[in-house]
Every structure is written in structure tokens, then in C-alpha cells.
Ligand binder design. Structure first.
Ligand SMILES: C[S@@+](CC[C@H](N)C(=O)[O-])C[C@H]1O[C@@H](n2cnc3c(N)ncnc32)[C@H](O)[C@@H]1O
Length: 263
């Protein structure tokens, strides 16, 4: 027999007819099917996997059944109220898995659970590549004449005027080197020259960033040249002892390649 979780429901007058209606609804649920039993203090609900939408439909149907007889509720209505209570109780359970659209409450995490997580994290050394950095934790003030200003120019030159450790957040959308027509910059450099300049700018960004600050880079790889710019840039920052926090993928649905990524 499958493992079940159970929830004891008190404050309900026990009624065999209600029990039958509830169990009839629950029999429509996927296997292993939930069921309700009566014990000395009320109803006990046993469940493993639940189709929550089906449960909601059952509740709607049973409670709509006799909307106008609230003073003398029928067995259907009482069954609907019992199911509603079940629904509220299972909704409070935070950890559950979803398989085939059904919420699984029992054993869903058997394969995935990591035991001794903390010890293993310690053994692996979180941020191992960033641990022996020598970034200063002392922040500097940005001079008032530089605050809330827009500076136009080559970012490498502009950044050189900014003091060390004075910026909280850097967000940049550098050129992608796709060959776009920009007013002043050539956008089709040899890749090694492109990355040389980009990384020189990023070194300046790291210098001006405060300890604990963030750099966000908006970039697109050039599939036709097989250049994973996003990975190369992540790798650059990692090599500089910066902590890689994550990646957000922009699904634009405008693929311009007519082939798959292996050719
Ligand atoms: C991918 S676009 C980003 C555009 C920007 N998000 C915007 O909305 O204007 C790259 C921009 O970087 C500019 N650019 C290229 N080289 C630069 C440099 N050395 N210093 C400053 N900006 C540069 C280009 O002119 C272009 O406007």
C-alpha cells in the first residue's frame, strides 16, 4: 500500500452520508487515491497525490448544489464544506512536488533530497574561486559633481575618472560585436580585440564597484561565429574573483539561425 499523509478534521458533525459523498468525490482522484475515514474525534483525511483542480470542481459542485438552503444544509453541502476544509488544510502544506499536473505530497523528494547539505557545501567550498580575493571593504564617496550625472564618452576613459569602491550597481549593455551600424563605433572587431577592450572596461568596473555591489551585463552570443559571449564574460568575472550570481535568459522567439546548435 502507498504511503499516505493524514489530516485530522475535527469540528465536523460525523455523518455516514457525508462520508460516502466525500469518498465518492475522492474516488475520481488519481491513484493512489485519497480517502476519508471516521475515528473517535471526527474525520481523518488520507492522501498521497491530489489533483487540486478536480478537488476545487468537486467543492464548487457540491456547494452550488443547494445555495438556497443554507439554514438546513443538505448532505451534499456538508460534504462540500468538508472538502473545502480539506482543500484549505492541504494548501497550507508548503513542500510538495508536481508530477503530471498533480501535486504529490508523499515521497516526492526521495530521489532529489540532498542529505547533510551544509557539510557538503562546506566541503565543496561555496564561491571557492572568489574566496581569496583581496577586494577592499572600504567604500568611498562619489564626488558630488559626479553624482546624478550623465557622462558621454568612451566608457574606458570615463570610468578611469571614478574613484575606487564608490559605485553600488553597474548595469551595462555593451556592443555585441554583431556588425551593427553605430554612429561612432565599429561593431565588427576581431574577437580577441573586442574582448580585450571589453575586459579592460570590466576591470575598471570592478575597481569602481563597492564591496558587495553588483554588475549586471546584458549580452547576446553570436551563434553564427560560435562565440558564447555570455560564458566568456562569466568566466572573465570569475577569473577576477567576482561571485557569479546567476543568469537570466531572454526568450525572444526570433531565432535567426536555420540550423540547430550543433550545425
Ligand atoms: C548593445 S548597444 C546598447 C544600447 C543601449 N542599451 C541603449 O539603449 O542605448 C551598445 C552601445 O554601446 C555603445 N558603445 C560602443 N563602444 C563604446 C564605448 N567604448 N564606450 C561607450 N559606449 C560604447 C554603442 O554606441 C551602443 O550604443
Amino acid at each position: 500500500m502507498a504511503d499516505y499523509k493524514s489530516i485530522q478534521l475535527t469540528n465536523f458533525e460525523v455523518d455516514k452520508k457525508v462520508l460516502d459523498i466525500v469518498n465518492n468525490c475522492l474516488s475520481q482522484q488519481p491513484d493512489p487515491r485519497p480517502f476519508v475515514e471516521i475515528n473517535s474525534i471526527g474525520y481523518v483525511f488520507y492522501f498521497h497525490t491530489l489533483d487540486i483542480k478536480l478537488l476545487q470542481r468537486n467543492i464548487e459542485m457540491l456547494t452550488a448544489h443547494d445555495l438556497f438552503s443554507a439554514n438546513n444544509p443538505s448532505s451534499s453541502r456538508k460534504a462540500g464544506e468538508l472538502l473545502q476544509k480539506i482543500y484549505e488544510e492541504v494548501s497550507k502544506i508548503g513542500s510538495y512536488g508536481i508530477r503530471s499536473g498533480k501535486r504529490q505530497y508523499v515521497n516526492f523528494d526521495i530521489e532529489r533530497k540532498v542529505r547533510n547539505r551544509k557539510a557538503k557545501e562546506q566541503n565543496r567550498s561555496q564561491y571557492y574561486y572568489a574566496q581569496d580575493n583581496n577586494f577592499s571593504k572600504i567604500s568611498n564617496q562619489l564626488p558630488p559633481e559626479m553624482t546624478n550625472q550623465i557622462f558621454c564618452g568612451d566608457s574606458l576613459e570615463v570610468l578611469k575618472k571614478i574613484p575606487d569602491n564608490s559605485i553600488d550597481l553597474i548595469f551595462t549593455s555593451p556592443p555585441y560585436n554583431f556588425g551593427l551600424e553605430y554612429e561612432r563605433q565599429d561593431d565588427a572587431h576581431k574577437w580577441d580585440l573586442y574582448f580585450e577592450k571589453l575586459f579592460a572596461i570590466f576591470d575598471e568596473c570592478i575597481r569602481v564597484l563597492k564591496f558587495g555591489g553588483r554588475i549586471a551585463v546584458n549580452i547576446q552570443p553570436l551563434f553564427s561565429d560560435y562565440i558564447p559571449s555570455h560564458h566568456l564574460i562569466s568566466n572573465f568575472f570569475i577569473s577576477r574573483r567576482m561571485i557569479w550570481k546567476g543568469e537570466i535568459l531572454w526568450e525572444k522567439n526570433n531565432y535567426n539561425l536555420l540550423c540547430c546548435n550543433h550545425g
